[in-house]
Design a protein around this ligand. Structure first.
Ligand code: TRP
Length: 328
């Protein structure tokens, strides 16, 4: 039996944090059972960052470093940059001919995001932003990917992708595109150090590309039980960010830590030191790999050149079929 094909992507809009690391670890595992294409989707980044595009190239390189250091293997997977495989744009354009406007307007994230990001001063009443999920559809369909590992927030986009694939196949009476299915996985939700959603824009994130001192500083900033004033006050671990992290990164000790906290026999400073140590131990091999690649810019170029070329070949095959049925 031939393997299924995966496409997934990330927008190079800023540094990745350790929450993304679990997503990447999942991508790494999928390399074994699927033919994977992983894309740095820089055109998607432009849909919201079109006024300040200067950082996209830098972020693309940083993202590649994060991906490789997390264990994505260019020998096993195709690692590509969206803007270097023009077939994504061609398919986006051709699909736009047969996509009802109402399908795009009713994507639930669309109006929400326009409002949300509008408050931050971004004008997203653009053609490109309306087409965001269609471009995403093109990313997936151009490789005939049947499986798409994504977070729950992307489900409406995948639904649209299936509708487009179905409509296309039906309209041109040829089974060209599979209907791509989302693959959700249990990714633990890591809060930021201040307990809000982890995000670079809140500066409450723990970047993958950091170092020992930064980790220690970030862990010191973590919000603990505000009811604990003195070291031996009994605490409530359930409201503490440090404890949430122990649950994820330190399963063998978490029970004991919870008890000691409730009894007031372990102080927050010691508890944080312990967590820093564990996070650093987990991240060290990743930092080492990152450093290895960071010092080899030539190798990075080659990895992308190879990935882009392989991706183009696959995409071109699909496009030949598409052009044929469309008579162009
Ligand atoms: N929209 C996705 C996100 O923000 C990124 C993305 C673009 C993507 N194209 C894709 C994900 C294709 C999966 C498949 O996370």
């Amino acid at each position: 039996m031939s393997k299924g094909r995966i496409f997934s992507g990330m927008r190079p809009t800023g540094r990745l944090h350790i929450g993304h690391l679990s997503v990447l670890e999942n991508w790494v595992l999928l390399q074994k059972d699927y033919d994977c294409v992983y894309g740095i989707v820089d055109w998607h980044a432009l849909t919201t960052a079109y006024e300040n595009p200067e950082e996209i190239r830098y972020n693309t390189r940083e993202m590649l470093l994060d991906w490789l250091s997390a264990g994505l293997d260019p020998e096993k997977s195709i690692i590509m940059v969206q803007s270097h495989v023009k077939q994504h744009a061609e398919l986006h354009l051709l699909l736009s001919m047969m996509t009802p406007l109402s399908w795009l307007e009713r994507v639930p994230t669309y109006k929400d995001q326009i409002q949300q990001l509008g408050k931050e001063g971004k004008d997203l009443s653009t053609y490109g932003f309306l087409g965001y999920p269609l471009l995403m559809t093109a990313d997936i369909l151009v490789y005939k990917a049947d499986t798409v590992p994504v977070g729950e927030d992307q489900l409406p986009h995948l639904e649209l992708s299936r509708e487009i694939a179905r409509r296309f196949n039906y309209m041109y009476k040829k089974e060209i595109f599979p209907e791509p299915q989302a693959k959700l996985s249990k990714i633990p939700l890591l809060p930021g150090v201040d307990k809000r959603k982890m995000s670079k824009s809140y500066n409450n994130d723990i970047p993958i590309a950091s170092n020992k001192e930064e980790i220690e500083a970030k862990v010191r900033m973590m919000v603990t039980d505000p009811g604990r004033v003195k070291k031996d006050d009994p605490g409530n671990p359930e409201v503490c960010v440090v404890y949430t992290y122990h649950k994820i990164y330190n399963p063998s000790e978490v029970e004991e830590i919870g008890q000691s906290c409730r009894q007031g026999t372990i102080g927050c400073v010691a508890c944080k030191k312990n967590l820093s140590r564990i996070l650093i131990k987990n991240l060290e091999p990743i930092w080492e790999k990152r450093e290895y690649y960071a010092q080899r810019p030539q190798l990075l170029e080659e990895i992308l050149a190879t990935g882009n070329k392989k991706a183009s070949q696959l995409a071109e095959k699909t496009m030949e079929e598409v052009r044929e049925v469309l008579g162009v």
